[in-house]
Design a protein around this ligand. Structure first.
Ligand code: ACO
Length: 317
């Protein structure tokens, strides 16, 4: 059997950056930089250009990840895109990415698990690799949440941003290395579907923020324990926490829970806001490129989002 090595990471962020004040001015929102920063840690977000699609951003992130891995598109035999904002119902965004990259072999499909999408996609890619169905997978999170936001609802529209992140997973003989994905742990509880959803009628995001917050810390704490226990690891073994970037207060609570100093928690929410399924691979790309995450480091990823869905993944880089 095989083990999935993370061979490269890549990021793409749209050119337009709006800080909190510029966003409020643009949409006539009754809010303030201080309110947004205190509650969420968000200072600014990137927003897609008109006509810029999830597949455009995903393809750009994928190219960067392949370049870091030193691989060409001919190596890729699977494209999996986690997104809640696909280009269209079909073709899948993953199939569009395949075409944009010039990949003609292998398979491609999307995964819908909202903000937990990247962890779900990693888990599916890992399982398919172990089953021998692919040897080189692009696992991508790509979102244009700006298209599903109600710009009149100050309680949600200030929280999100657009972008894409990607990783290249390569199959290595199990037993040949300590590196790679150790395990993924997925959960869902559809009973809480209504607290964070894209409303059928309007097609816009609706959230009861306090309810989401209430579930977030307890569910994330329990799935993180599950991941560590499954591998016989202790929280002190974790070198980097790379959490889904929804809110600095949730991120800091998880860092404290793991007993990690701030420097070992990768934070991008201040600059990217919440990019849903893209947030973890964007953070991975940043922290591998700036030299924080190094070969051999144990990295813990966790996320919660609409569904509710939540999950965690452990990887040795
Ligand atoms: N500016 C100014 N005031 C605002 C804003 C804003 N942008 N948004 C809401 N308010 C007001 C509300 O109208 C309300 O006023 P009222 O008391 O006069 O009615 C007051 O602030 C409190 O509103 P709440 O929604 O209760 O605010 P809360 O303190 O819960 O903070 C927040 C909202 C930041 C969303 C918080 O609930 C939270 O962090 N939730 C976690 C959910 C989250 O991060 N979701 C992201 C997506 S999900 C995910 O990725 C996991």
């Amino acid at each position: 059997t095989y083990r999935a090595l993370i061979a490269g990471t890549g990021a793409y962020l749209p050119e337009l950056v709006l800080d909190n004040e510029a966003l409020a001015a643009r949409h006539g929102l009754d809010t303030s930089d201080a309110w947004i920063r205190e509650r969420t840690g968000i200072r600014q977000r990137h927003l897609a250009a008109p006509g810029e699609l999830a597949s455009d951003m995903a393809a750009a992130a994928a190219r960067a990840a392949l370049a870091q891995a030193g691989l060409g598109v001919e190596a890729v035999d699977a494209v999996i895109v986690a997104t809640a904002t696909p280009d269209s119902v079909f073709p899948s965004t993953a199939a569009r990415v395949q075409a944009k990259l010039g990949v003609t072999q292998g398979f491609a499909f999307d995964i819908a698990a909202a903000c937990t999408g990247f962890v779900y996609a990693l888990s599916v890619a890992d399982a398919m690799m172990k089953a021998g169905q692919c040897r080189c997978a692009l696992v991508i999170g790509a979102e244009v949440f700006s298209r599903i936001l109600d710009w009149a609802d100050r309680g949600t529209c200030v929280l999100f941003g657009d972008g894409a992140g990607a990783v290249v997973l390569c199959a290595a003989e199990a037993g040949s290395t300590e590196r790679g994905l150790l395990s993924c742990h997925l959960h869902a509880d559809g009973q809480h579907g209504d607290i964070l959803q894209v409303e059928g009628d309007s097609g816009l995001l609706r959230m009861t923020g306090k309810e989401v917050f209430r579930h977030a810390v307890s569910k994330l704490a329990s799935v993180v324990d599950e991941a560590l226990q499954a591998n016989g690891l202790d929280k002190s073994d974790v070198k980097w926490l790379v959490p889904h970037q929804a809110n600095l207060r949730i991120i800091e609570a998880m860092g404290r829970k793991l007993g990690l100093p701030r420097e070992q928690v990768v934070v991008t929410v201040d600059r990217h806001a919440n990019t849903s399924a893209a947030s973890i691979p964007l953070a991975l790309a940043e922290a591998t490129r700036d030299g924080r995450i190094r070969q051999g480091d144990l990295v813990l990823m966790e996320a919660i989002g609409g569904g509710l869905t939540w999950g965690a993944a452990l990887a040795r880089f």
